[in-house]
Write a protein that binds this ligand. Structure first.
Ligand code: RFL
Ligand code: PHB
Length: 389
């Protein structure tokens, strides 16, 4: 098989890139290790920046998010007995959209299918060959049969555990990592959200987050130990712990119910550089991971897609390699800002195992500064709603 861009990974990065390229008449093939049902079963991000929304519009997949997504103009932050609101709209002129990653992915699959886009599921043993030449090719197996795709470029959109990143030789790659000493236990429940806006909480007992998907679907997270497993947490234990962490007036009105999903995610900051090697380009979680506190993972994947899509357009439409040559530096400049923000917001809100009383007072001082200082709020809000591309 021949194509212009071979895309490894059928998550949001790979699908969005494929759909945007299609709109410009650039052909691609997406290779996905799992089934579509499996990909759509992953409950992940919930907060979309306007940059991602603009890309969805350009890709022709924004109809449903515009109808069913929830615009949020601010968020609530609580600590101790205090709770304050940050008005993103007033501070920056922009808000964010609450709409699940699952739904973004569903919309992208629908668009690729409507356009007869080529997606191969259940692929195994994907190998990216000769990425440092002008004629790369990808080999893989599906249903026990070997296949080969010859292409101009390879986009590595295969997440943190994919093969693309490790295709870049070790002596070319630099990796930066910070692993946090806790995880997030997340649940989904068919109950009305406790509040119409998100609540991020720094409590004596650890971090908690109240989020949502719609009027009758809530998403809650609590900081947990890395040694916990979801089975250790009964629904009753989860609700009890959440109530102890959020402000009492919210705890009193919280409606609980059976959970329909429960999982634990470890928290990690990770960046690999460069994001390009020859004709292989890394995009999204394949190149970088953030702790979810700042809601930046999917959004940073989207900004990579934006830069790569424009670089490839430049190549095919203007016969220019300037875009592809500049891709890694451009993408990384924005990635590092999202890394800094996610690390900062995580550090501000979590309990660390060896945290001293001094460290805790510093967190509280910083939260009080944020509550009362417009410059601090503006800096936070600009990062939260998304820095410009
Ligand atoms: P994905 O979604 O991991 O997709 C990669 C795809 O590649 C496939 N794959 C392969 N395919 C072929 N061959 C191989 N060898 C392959 N290896 C892997 C995989 O099966 C998969 O389908 O990466 P992508 O597309 O870069 O998207 C990144 C986002 O998924 C991720 O950054 C976000 O979910 C992070 N995240 C959040 N991001 C936000 O912007 N806002 C949020 O509110 C937010 N909340 C979250 C999050 C992530 C979380 N978890 C579970 C880590 C909340 C949580 C709890
Ligand atoms: C979510 O709704 O899943 C969510 C929201 C905000 C975050 C992380 C996750 O910071």
């Amino acid at each position: 098989m021949k194509t212009q861009v071979a895309i490894i990974g059928g998550g949001p990065s790979g699908l969005l890139l494929s759909q945007l390229l299609h709109k410009r008449g650039i052909d691609s093939v997406v290779l996905e290790r799992k089934t579509k049902e499996y990909v759509l079963g992953r409950i992940r991000a919930g907060v979309l920046e306007r940059g991602l929304l603009d890309l969805m519009r350009e890709a022709g997949v924004a109809e449903r998010v515009e109808k069913e997504g929830y615009s949020h103009d601010g968020t609530l932050i609580s600590y101790g007995q205090e709770m304050f609101r940050m008005d993103f709209k007033e501070l920056t002129g922009h808000g964010v959209m609450v709409y699940g990653q699952t739904e973004v992915t569903r919309d992208l699959y629908a668009a690729r299918e409507a356009a007869n886009g080529k997606i191969e599921f259940n692929v195994e043993n994907v190998v990216i060959n000769e990425a440092d030449s002008k004629a790369p090719y990808v080999t893989y197996e599906v249903g026990g049969k070997s296949r080969r795709i010859d292409c101009d470029f390879v986009a590595g959109c295969d997440g943190f555990h994919g093969v693309s990143r490790n295709t870049i030789p070790g002596d070319v790659r630099r990796e930066y990592e910070k692993v946090y000493p806790f995880g997030w236990l997340g649940i989904l429940s068919e109950t009305p959200p406790v509040n119409h806006e998100l609540i991020y909480t720094n409590s004596e007992r650890g971090f908690a987050l109240c989020s949502m998907r719609n009027e009758n679907l809530s998403r809650y997270y609590i900081q947990c130990s890395l040694s916990d497993s979801p089975n250790d947490w009964t629904d009753t234990a989860f609700w009890k712990e959440l109530k102890r962490r959020i402000p009492p007036e919210q705890a009193e009105t919280l409606i609980t119910g059976p959970t329909i999903e429960k999982s634990i995610a470890p928290l990690r900051s990770f960046v690999t550089e460069p994001m390009r090697w020859g004709r292989l380009f890394l995009c999204g979680d394949a190149a970088h991971i953030v702790p979810p506190t700042g809601a930046k993972g999917l959004n940073t994947a989207a900004s990579d897609v934006h830069y790569l899509y424009n670089a490839l357009r430049d190549y095919y439409e203007n016969d220019s390699e300037a875009g592809i040559d500049g891709y890694s530096a451009k993408a990384l400049a924005r990635v590092w800002k999202a890394e800094r923000f996610s690390w900062w917001f995580s550090s501000l809100l979590h309990r660390y195992p060896r945290q001293t009383a001094f460290d805790h007072r510093i967190q509280i001082a910083e939260l009080e500064f944020l509550r009362s200082n417009t410059a601090a709020q503006t800096a936070m809000a600009e990062n939260y709603v998304g820095l410009p591309y």
